[in-house]
Design a protein around this ligand. Structure first.
Ligand code: PLP
Length: 430
């Protein structure tokens, strides 16, 4: 499989090259040259397949022959080492729980898959290390740190906005040590992301073999399509149209869902649910894509002013705004609405949603008004414990600490403070 740059000014590359480079030389995101439907037989018999078998069928065309089948299967088995329950919250409303992994964030899947692909591509290299550079608004950092911990031939450097991630999130990315370093940036998430993008294009850093582990990297982004197949498998026998609502920040997750639909997965409609960082909802309303600096909210993993994957979604619709709007809606919600939704879901349904999931729930409810007889699924992208500062006082409950989190609570935070791109560059060059 070849990948082309969405800026159309760089050579086409293999899966391996796209994973190692992250971003194309013309600053464009990579996109697969073809997306082949999986065929009816696959969907007709999906309930007989394990998650690993489904994932293998879904991803193999994107990897091609660059990783041998048996190794790709091993990578998938190690990636999917936990469950993806579909939990009924209300009649015809389900939560797809993506938070049962090692860092209790849905990004565990992408991070685990990517790190193992990179380790495979580095298998014969002696001292030619890759450096993974990643900006995080919250959960990416912890998932990447955990996913890459101890992976041979890869150093991981994580940039996060100082004071803008939760205590648990910060611990998850600053306490691991080994090949993981955390840089604490005096700024917001967009500053971190800009620094990372700049470093990739800096000729002085060419010899550092920098790559990204944000959802701009295809090996982080594509495996997220698995979730939609798993939910379909769980709900198929109800034989109703499916509407997915994704709490969206960089729009990688929802974009992977749209790829799954292109591969034939019967999804009726997507809802991108955002907090007040509403660049995409505004685009759908007035047709102008006008990014804004990000605003801080209680759903901080979605505090993104210029969602990097939106261009991939636009690529799939080729400016056909009519078809796009038929498949896709986007709604924005304030922190107040999010808190109200969390209380409602808890008091009425007995379900604990954290702020990102609650934003997803709100978008889903709004869209379902336009679809009779459909089933709605919102993606619950983090465990409530990761946002306990919001969840506990809002719901007036005390959450037990799961073992995955317990293990980082008493470890010492180690970070290096930086302010500017020059600080980052100096660190990388030393
Ligand atoms: C990253 C993240 C999101 C947003 O996902 P995107 O793919 O960037 O749209 C939502 N919720 C949580 C908890 C996250 O960590």
């Amino acid at each position: 499989m070849k990948y082309y740059s969405l800026n159309h000014n760089a050579p086409k590359v293999s899966f391996q090259e796209a994973v190692i480079q992250g971003l194309a030389s013309d600053k464009g995101l990579y996109f697969p040259e073809t997306i082949m439907p999986l065929g009816e037989a696959f969907f007709e018999t999906i309930e007989n397949l394990s998650n690993e078998e489904i994932a293998f069928e879904a991803i193999k065309q994107f990897v091609g022959d660059e990783i041998p089948e048996n190794i790709l299967k091993e990578i998938i088995t190690e990636t999917l080492c936990f469950n993806f329950p579909v939990v009924m919250v209300e009649k015809d409303i389900y939560s797809l729980e993506l938070f049962h992994g090692p860092t209790m964030a849905f990004k565990d899947v992408g991070a685990r898959f990517m790190s193992r692909c990179l380790a495979y591509f580095n298998r014969d290299k002696k001292d030619n290390k890759n450096t993974v550079l990643v900006a995080t608004s919250g959960d990416t950092g912890g998932a990447v740190a955990s996913g890459f911990l101890g992976v041979k031939g890869v150093d991981v450097i994580i940039l996060y906005p100082s004071g803008k991630v939760s205590d648990i999130q910060e611990r998850q990315l600053t306490t691991l040590g080994q090949n993981i370093t955390a840089l604490e940036v005096d700024g917001v998430f967009d500053d971190c992301q800009d620094m990372v993008k700049k470093a990739f294009l800096d000729a002085d850093l060419k010899d550092k073999n920098l790559t990204s582990a944000n959802s701009i990297n295809i090996a982080r982004w594509l495996p997220q399509m698995f979730y939609f197949f798993f939910a379909y498998k769980a709900l198929k026998k109800q034989n109703k149209p499916l509407i997915f609502s994704c709490p969206s920040g960089n729009f990688g997750n929802i974009c992977a869902g749209i790829i799954a639909k292109k591969m034939g997965l019967p999804i009726e409609h997507f809802v991108a649910s955002t907090n007040v960082n509403d660049t995409v909802p505004r685009f759908l309303e007035n047709g102008t894509y006008a990014p804004k600096p990000s605003k801080t909210t209680i759903s901080n993993a979605m505090d993104v002013g210029n969602p990097s994957n939106f261009i991939r979604i636009q690529e799939m619709y080729q400016n056909d705004l009519k078809q796009f709007k038929k498949d896709f809606s986007a709604f924005t919600f304030s922190d107040e609405e999010t808190l109200e939704a969390m209380k409602y879901i808890y008091n009425t349904d007995g379900y604990i949603a954290e702020p990102h999931g609650a934003v997803g729930y709100l978008g889903l409810k709004k869209e379902l008004q336009n679809h009779e007889n459909a089933i709605g699924i919102f993606l619950e992208t983090a465990h409530p414990i990761k946002f306990l500062d919001t969840v506990e006082p809002t719901l007036n409950i005390k959450l037990p600490i799961p073992p995955q989190i317990e293990s980082v609570m008493d470890k010492e935070k180690v970070s290096i403070k930086i302010k500017t791109y020059e600080d980052l560059k100096a660190f990388l060059q030393k």
